[in-house]
Design a protein around this ligand. Structure first.
Ligand SMILES: *[C@@H]1O[C@H](CO)[C@@H](O)[C@H](O)[C@H]1NC(C)=O
Ligand SMILES: *[C@@H]1O[C@H](CO)[C@@H](O)[C@H](O)[C@H]1NC(C)=O
Ligand SMILES: *[C@@H]1O[C@H](CO)[C@@H](O)[C@H](O)[C@H]1NC(C)=O
Ligand SMILES: [Ca+2]
Length: 356
């Protein structure tokens, strides 16, 4: 029953979103000055002209008030509707997982909120019930772990089913963090965040599951690009979440591997400001600088550094006022030989095969 209601409401939700984005907002419309309406074109005698101006002004005022009332009304209706839709979505998800549990997991001890092992599975599970699965925060419970946790699922991008493991978009989240934060995760799932190496490890380490990783880049002048690897694994924490990458494809270049073996970050362990696994032992010479810690050199951020390498998507977003400092780094993405200035990035993973 909820599903039916939802099917009816989903198109409404997406069309109301569109209305908000595509049209002028309320204050833009209200700030148009109706009193500027030309009234002099026919040059009527002074008295008539005065009356005409008066009534035009009155007309303008009452039109403005009418529009304001109508728009307030509409806004209230939209808010109510959108609350109702979110409520319904939540009920629908709870129901859908209940149904699934009673069908397939009669004796399961899993928490009630568990909706899937990762975003790819959530997409599979919901696809038959919902025509358009919304992107957003979902609870997942990967195999081989006792814990459920929240993740952001991208359900629109390139077929959907993506679990976001990192996102930079506005520079509001500080990525200068110690090991413990990079292991546990930080930021806000709906905005900038690092999901956390332990969680990503749990997702990647499920039986009979393989994952691809997709990196989407946007430059400061809105050029987009991507890099994709057809396999992505992490070693366990004892091995500092060493990274393993499959075959590259994309338009941004394979910055993880760089141009030569010295820069290759594939199989590098993770480093943070207080955890030095960067392959500079005791130091590297990069350009003509002596570097002892890639993390410190790159503004105390964490990454799979290898002497330090050509990729660091946790670098600080570019500050255009201050034409220096460390920025989001994907050095193989260039225009006329110069690296793009990267404004935003997301790293996301998706299942590519299940052998069952
Ligand atoms: C509406 O647009 C004006 C001018 O572009 C802007 O200053 C204001 O913040 C906007 N308001 C909302 C609610 O988006
Ligand atoms: C981590 O992985 C290594 C090598 O695969 C293994 O020997 C070790 O037991 C693992 N450690 C933990 C805590 O799982
Ligand atoms: C380091 O990061 C902070 C916070 O993101 C930023 O304000 C600062 O400009 C960065 N410094 C350098 C040298 O990149
Ligand atoms: Ca070092």
């Amino acid at each position: 029953m909820w599903t039916t209601v939802l099917l009816l409401l989903l198109p409404l939700l997406s069309s109301t979103n569109k209305t908000k984005h595509d049209h002028l907002n309320q204050s833009e419309i209200l700030s148009e000055d109706f009193s500027d309406i030309p009234v002099k074109s026919q040059k009527p005698p002074g008295e008539v002209k005065g009356q005409l101006q008066q009534s035009l002004l009155a007309f303008g005022r009452s039109t403005r008030k009418l529009m304001r009332d109508v728009m307030d009304e509409q806004q209230r209706a939209l808010d109510v509707l959108s609350n109702q839709v979110s409520e319904l979505m939540m009920k629908m998800q709870a129901l859908s997982s209940e149904v699934q549990r009673s069908n397939t997991e009669m004796f399961s001890m899993k928490p009630v909120q568990s909706h899937g092992r990762d975003c790819s599975e959530i997409k599979e599970n919901l696809m038959s019930a919902v025509p358009k699965i919304p992107s957003g925060i979902y609870i997942i419970h990967p195999e081989n772990t006792d814990s459920s946790f929240e993740v952001f699922c991208e359900m629109d991008y390139m077929g959907g089913g993506w679990t976001v493991m990192q996102k930079r978009s506005d520079g509001l989240t500080d990525f200068r963090r110690p090991w413990a934060d990079y292991a546990d995760g930080f930021g806000h799932l709906a905005g900038e965040h690092w999901l956390g190496l332990r969680k990503v490890y749990h997702i990647l380490n499920q039986k009979e599951a393989r994952f691809q990783i997709h990196i989407a880049l946007v430059s400061h002048d809105d050029v987009t690009s991507y890099a994709s690897y057809d396999d992505f694994r992490l070693d366990n924490e004892t091995n500092f979440f060493r990274i393993h990458l499959g075959r590259y494809s994309g338009s941004a270049g394979d910055a993880f591997r760089g141009y030569d073996q010295d820069q290759n970050q594939d199989t590098a362990p993770f480093s943070a400001s207080d955890m030095d696994n960067d392959g500079c032992n005791p130091s590297c010479t990069i350009g003509n600088k002596i570097v002892e810690s890639c993390s410190l050199q790159q503004n105390f951020t964490g990454w799979w550094f290898n002497q330090c390498g050509l990729a660091n998507l946790n670098g600080s977003p570019w500050d255009s006022d201050q034409n220096q400092g460390w920025h989001i780094l994907w050095d193989t993405w260039r225009r006329s030989g110069i690296p793009y200035t990267i404004r935003s990035v997301t790293m996301k993973i998706r299942r590519i095969a299940t052998n069952n």
